[in-house]
Design a protein around this ligand. Structure first.
Ligand code: HEC
Ligand code: HEC
Ligand code: HEC
Ligand code: HEC
Ligand code: HEC
Length: 246
């Protein structure tokens, strides 16, 4: 667990960069924008909008759409656009973050290992959130289209230039009087999903509801004492007060 193999994420990023190079050579940015009038075709005003118009035109073949050359590119992908929007949805559960970061996109679609970004889970109490530097390891290689399309990428790069950490809103936090170590649990063989839900399907991160019930029928909310003890009981782990409390 301690030595992570970052091969897969980097291989993926290389793939993206290679595809981008091909696309740049094949003729990105050689067009001029076209403006719509009321009766004319639907004209895309961004790359993400172009993806949506194309999808719409597929459903409605008699619809006329126009994609100005500068927005006619597969990068950023439609998936990136959709995930960004969903992570930025104020109605979705969980707090809005300084950058609409999608786990579904990074951990789900691109299969980046949880511990590549949360490398503290096997070492310390805190799993930790990744540094700006780690994000930039990939994002500094992406073309300007990403900066233009996503405000969050501009925010990321501003923090990088100013050497400022991103102030992510913390979701899971136990009170000081409780002892908790990721290490013991990860080593006991529990998947992250056991306690955090299907993170790889979440665009916007939130604390999942719990399904564990006490044998006598009381619901145990996640991160509360009953939730910890219920699992300890079911797995033969200690229920001694001083195991969890100082
Ligand atoms: C291992 C490489 C890698 C790392 C590390 C990485 N990203 Fe990404 N990121 C990607 C790829 C690949 C895409 C999407 C490319 C596409 O589909 O167009 C992406 C897309 C995004 C997007 C747009 C979609 C979304 O999730 O909203 C944002 C914003 C983003 N990244 C922010 C971050 C931040 C913040 C970090 C650090 C916490 C980070 N990324 C770390 C590879 C990475
Ligand atoms: C046995 C349940 C359990 C498992 C398994 C688990 N976590 Fe956690 N996680 C928690 C609890 C409880 C907290 C709150 C810890 C605290 O407040 O000290 C937490 C906090 C976090 C945090 C908050 C950031 C911080 O400051 O530490 C992250 C990130 C995290 N976990 C990621 C992971 C990842 C990645 C995995 C899988 C490698 C994982 N967790 C496995 C229970 C678990
Ligand atoms: C590309 C980097 C990246 C990957 C891969 C990643 N995460 Fe995260 N994770 C983040 C960032 C950035 C945050 C803080 C922003 C947020 O909450 O969305 C975060 C937040 C979290 C939190 C909430 C922390 C808190 O404040 O309580 C948990 C839990 C978590 N991640 C679990 C996981 C699990 C499980 C996986 C694998 C399925 C995973 N992460 C994969 C970057 C990543
Ligand atoms: C998914 C099941 C599960 C949940 C939920 C869980 N635990 Fe555990 N915990 C275990 C198991 C199993 C062990 C025994 C691991 C071992 O002996 O290697 C353990 C061990 C521990 C230990 C001893 C670690 C050590 O270093 O010896 C502490 C402390 C602990 N858990 C605290 C907590 C707290 C606090 C919570 C709730 C916030 C919690 N656990 C939630 C399954 C769980
Ligand atoms: C498996 C871990 C675990 C064990 C064992 C455990 N606790 Fe707790 N306890 C917790 C957690 C986690 C919290 C914090 C719950 C929260 O913030 O809602 C907590 C909170 C408390 C609180 C504070 C309640 C409050 O409202 O803030 C008291 C008092 C307490 N525990 C007493 C005990 C006693 C007495 C025992 C032994 C009989 C015990 N605990 C055993 C995990 C544990």
């Amino acid at each position: 667990m301690r030595h992570l193999a970052p091969t897969r994420p980097f291989a993926l990023v290389l793939l993206v960069v290679a595809a981008l190079t091909v696309w740049a050579v094949v003729g990105f940015g050689s067009g001029t924008p076209v403006h719509a009038d009321d009766s004319g075709p639907l004209v895309a005003t961004s790359i993400c909008e172009a993806h949506e118009l194309r999808a719409l035109a597929e459903e409605q073949p008699d619809l006329t759409i126009e994609i100005p050359k500068e927005f006619d590119t597969p990068w950023p992908t439609r998936e990136a656009c959709l995930s960004y929007e969903a992570a930025d949805d104020p109605e979705a559960p969980g707090p809005l973050q300084p950058i609409p970061f999608s786990h579904k996109h990074h951990a789900g679609l691109y299969e980046i290992d949880c511990q590549y970004c949360h490398s503290g889970t096997d070492r310390s109490r805190a799993a930790g959130v990744p540094s700006v530097e780690l994000c930039m390891g990939c994002h500094s290689q992406f073309p300007a289209a990403y900066d233009a399309e996503f405000e969050g990428i501009r925010t990321l790069k501003e923090h990088w230039e100013n050497r400022e950490p991103i102030e992510w809103v913390q979701l899971h936090r136990l009170p000081e009087h409780v002892k908790f170590q990721h290490r013991a649990h990860v080593r006991a063989g529990f998947e992250c999903q056991e306690c955090h839900g299907n993170v790889e399907e979440m665009d916007k991160m939130y604390v999942t509801e719990d399904t564990i019930w006490w044998p006598w029928g009381l619901p145990a909310a996640k991160l509360e004492m009953g939730w910890c003890i219920d699992c300890h009981r079911n797995n033969g782990a200690s229920q001694d007060c001083l195991v969890c409390h100082y």
